[in-house]
Design a protein around this ligand. Structure first.
Ligand code: NAP
Ligand code: F7E
Length: 376
């Protein structure tokens, strides 16, 4: 019999890849969506209307909607990916972040218990390397002490502990994947990697002059989201419910990410100055397109803005994926850092060109409309 999975956060980066992964495994996939005044389902648009993929309205802040939905779907596995996932935003909306990212986890657990599914339904919780925060050791593993360093991380810490508590108190199969940063062509546009790859593509095509960033020294262990969703599934197929660190074991700075992204967009950078005065300057240009658009050697294309500094920043994340390798048979090096940056830039080079073409068509349509009064 096909298994049934319920995914919260199905419209997000990970939710979209996990849906594809589970559908390919023959699962019946149900996802939670919330109402929005604009279209936000871009990442799962290709799955809508396909058999075995079902969407339902519910919200992590609404217990009744979760209880009713879990009772209706009767899932074998729940993947709790829904969250206010932006660390910087959590400083601006800390209460909302706590409600969704902390109490939301409790609501899912109670929805399972209310429907008497605690013996049959396994739960995956999207935990995070942000729990290590102001890190107490490098690299970080399952035994490293937590030191959360943002409202987001504090909320996620509650999620981690309530999952552990229900595992021990009620003997439920619920686990946390402590995932380090994972990125992709579908990454939200305000996370640093995607912000950089989109800006590099725009600058190479003459659509943007300069990219403003915050802490360039920040170190991350960046992996590819498509590789990481497999681990979420593997964690629930393990014979005992346990928590796992999922990471590549390789670390790079924001500056290194930017240097490589611009390289793939045809622009070599050199760095000058320090801290707030640091700049990424064009050292050479290997693309006719950028030259044609007026970009010159010596132009400043990356600058630092204190707007992107955080009240407390997590600056040294490096994961030790030994347990996941050993016990789940997972390969943390499936996609390298170099491949990840290359594929994100290649995607965004095409996207920027296509957006431009679409904007041109809209301009022509608008001009025709204004001239002839014809609504296209
Ligand atoms: P994402 O792209 O920001 O997606 C977040 C998802 O949560 C979206 O589908 C969003 O729906 C949904 N959501 C937010 N608030 C909700 C609410 N009140 N009710 C229902 N749904 C709600 O995040 P992601 O990168 O895929 O990450 C997935 C999960 O892993 C998150 O829990 C994140 O905190 C965690 N995590 C991510 C990383 C990473 O590097 N990506 C690392 C560690 C942990 P809308 O589309 O409607 O906004
Ligand atoms: O920042 C620095 C910033 O926003 C990475 C989420 O998925 O991963 C993500 O959280 C680093 C930070 O991701 C800019 O200060 C510099 O040190 O891409 P980010 P994050 O905060 O690591 C974890 C594991 C999660 O769980 C989260 O859900 O880059 N940085 N300049 C910048 N960051 C941003 N966003 N924008 C900048 O301009």
């Amino acid at each position: 019999m096909a298994k049934t999975a319920l995914i919260t956060g199905v419209t997000g980066q990970d939710g979209s890849y996990l849906s594809e992964f589970l559908l390919a495994k023959g699962y019946e996939v149900h996802g939670i969506i919330r109402r929005s005044s604009v279209d936000y389902r871009e990442r799962i648009a290709h799955l809508e209307g396909t058999p075995h993929f079902h969407l339902h309205y519910a919200d992590m802040s609404d217990s009744m909607s979760l209880v009713k939905l879990v009772g209706k779907v009767m899932p074998d596995e729940i993947y709790n990916l829904a969250a206010q996932s932006h660390v910087q935003v959590s400083f601006d909306a800390p209460e909302f972040t706590a409600d969704v990212d902390a109490v939301g986890v409790l609501r899912i657990l109670e929805a399972v218990r209310t429907n008497h599914l605690e013996k049959t339904c396994k739960i995956y919780q999207a935990s995070t390397s942000e729990l290590y925060g102001k890190v107490e050791e490098v690299p970080q593993s399952e035994t490293t002490p937590f030191h959360p360093y943002s409202p987001y991380a504090v909320a996620k810490l509650y999620g981690f502990w309530i999952i552990k508590e229900y595992r021990e108190a009620y003997n439920m199969f619920c686990c946390s994947g402590i995932l380090f940063n994972h990125e992709s062509e579908r990454r939200g546009e305000t996370f640093v990697t995607r912000k950089i790859t989109l800006a590099a593509a725009r600058i190479a095509q003459g659509k943007q002059n300069c990219l403003y960033l915050g802490n360039l020294d920040s170190l991350r262990d960046w992996g590819y989201a498509k590789d990481y969703v497999e681990c979420m599934w593997l964690i629930l197929q393990h014979n005992t419910p346990e928590d796992f660190v999922i990471a590549t074991g390789v670390q790079h700075s924001v500056r290194e990410f930017a240097t490589l992204a611009f390289h793939h967009a045809g622009i070599e950078l050199r760095w000058e100055g320090e801290e707030i005065n640091e700049k990424g300057i064009v050292a050479s240009i290997n693309t006719a397109l950028a030259q044609a658009e007026g970009l010159k050697v010596g132009d400043t294309v990356v600058a630092v803005s204190p707007d992107f500094y955080r009240p407390t920043d997590v600056v040294n994340l490096l994961g030790d994926p030994s347990k996941a390798k050993r016990e789940l048979g997972w390969n943390p090096q499936t996609t390298s850092f170099e491949q990840l940056v290359e594929l994100m830039v290649a995607h965004d080079m095409k996207k920027v060109a296509a957006d431009d073409a679409a904007a041109e068509i809209r301009k022509v349509n608008l001009a025709e409309y204004l001239e002839k009064g014809v609504d296209k």
